[in-house]
Design a protein around this ligand. Structure first.
Ligand SMILES: [Zn+2]
Length: 327
């Protein structure tokens, strides 16, 4: 699951789209649209230019000039991959036969696709004619629409492909009131908000009877930290994940506060952690996975002291720690 550093990396990559205009939107899995129908969403964003791209916790916010905001939550396996028109056309051409099936199955708007084809080169139409007239010459084997490509944002000079293996990712269209409501229910963002030591102490006090790892991962208190970074932050601060928050000394809390921003900033700099399928918007891996001290290293030697890293479960999540380095 992408955490704050991965989402921040994607947001930075998507900033290239500022000023660009949406020309169309397709979805083969419209259930991902949470507060709006597919037809209304496509209509609302088409013709709109992008004013800014930002992040609210793990939600990607694409703000339009009409002051509506497209909010994308990648959840477990969502991936946004940017491509240029030339590449898209090559891929699109290869996928044409399957697109016919896609169109039939998903009731996609063929008329718009024709206009798209006319606007973006006649190659596709010719190819389409060929495939219709001579279906035998097309090798269908490798030419399937990627199975997990569910939504496609067409922009004037780019195509933004939205893949999602598990199909938990969501898309919403929000106004400023919706955004304010979400922000009110969220905690402090350790990267974009002021995150003073005083504020951090107050947060800890709110969750004091809980285990410190649970607090770090609780979005209503602190935003954007998931299992990977909670484990790494606690290792960096030399604190055992199962410690109750109110058992931490002031010195330990200061160390923890420092480790939160230190680890997150370092992970952003290294463009995130690619352990399972995380990719940035250019389809490239991050490199923070090479810096992990404990996460998913159960049974291996601690890189600092050689002790075997242990695994336990806190709030149903695997938790990794070094019993010697962490207290
Ligand atoms: Zn150790």
């Amino acid at each position: 699951m992408p955490e704050l550093p991965e989402v921040q990396t994607i947001v930075s990559d998507l900033e290239i789209l500022i000023g660009q205009q949406f020309v169309d939107f397709f979805s083969g899995a419209p259930k991902a649209l949470k507060n709006i129908s597919l037809a209304s969403f496509a209509k609302e964003i088409t013709g709109q230019k992008i004013k800014s791209v930002s992040r609210l916790g793990k939600i990607i916010l694409i703000r339009l000039v009409n002051n509506k905001t497209i909010a994308i939550h990648l959840k477990m396996t969502g991936k946004l991959i940017l491509t240029d028109h030339k590449t898209w056309n090559i891929e699109h051409k290869a996928w044409n036969v399957e697109h016919e099936i896609w169109n039939m199955e998903h009731g996609a708007r063929n008329m718009e696709r024709e206009i798209w084809n006319i606007e973006h080169g006649t190659q596709n139409i010719n190819h389409k004619k060929n495939t219709i007239n001579n279906p035998g010459i097309v090798d269908r084997e490798p030419r399937t629409i990627p199975k997990h490509l569910h939504h496609i944002f067409f922009l004037k000079n780019k195509v933004l492909k939205f893949y999602d293996v598990r199909k938990f990712a969501t898309i919403s269209l929000l106004d400023d009131t919706d955004l304010a409501t979400i922000k009110n229910n969220y905690g402090i963002d350790p990267i974009t908000d002021t995150f003073s030591l005083k504020q951090f102490f107050a947060l800890i006090m709110r969750g004091k009877a809980r285990k410190i790892k649970e607090i770090l991962m609780h979005n209503a208190l602190i935003l954007g930290i998931g299992n990977i970074y909670a484990s790494e932050i606690l290792f960096d601060a030399r604190i055992l994940p199962a410690r109750k928050a109110d058992s931490l000394s002031e010195k330990e809390l200061k160390l923890l506060h420092k480790s939160i921003t230190k680890i997150l900033r370092k992970a952003i700099k290294m463009r995130g952690t690619s352990i399972s399928d995380y990719r940035d918007a250019n389809d490239k891996s991050g490199s923070f996975q090479n810096q992990l001290f404990v996460y998913r290293r159960g049974g291996q030697a601690c890189k600092k002291c050689g002790t075997i890293i242990l695994r336990s479960v806190i709030a149903q999540r695997s938790t990794f720690f070094c019993a010697k380095c962490q207290h």
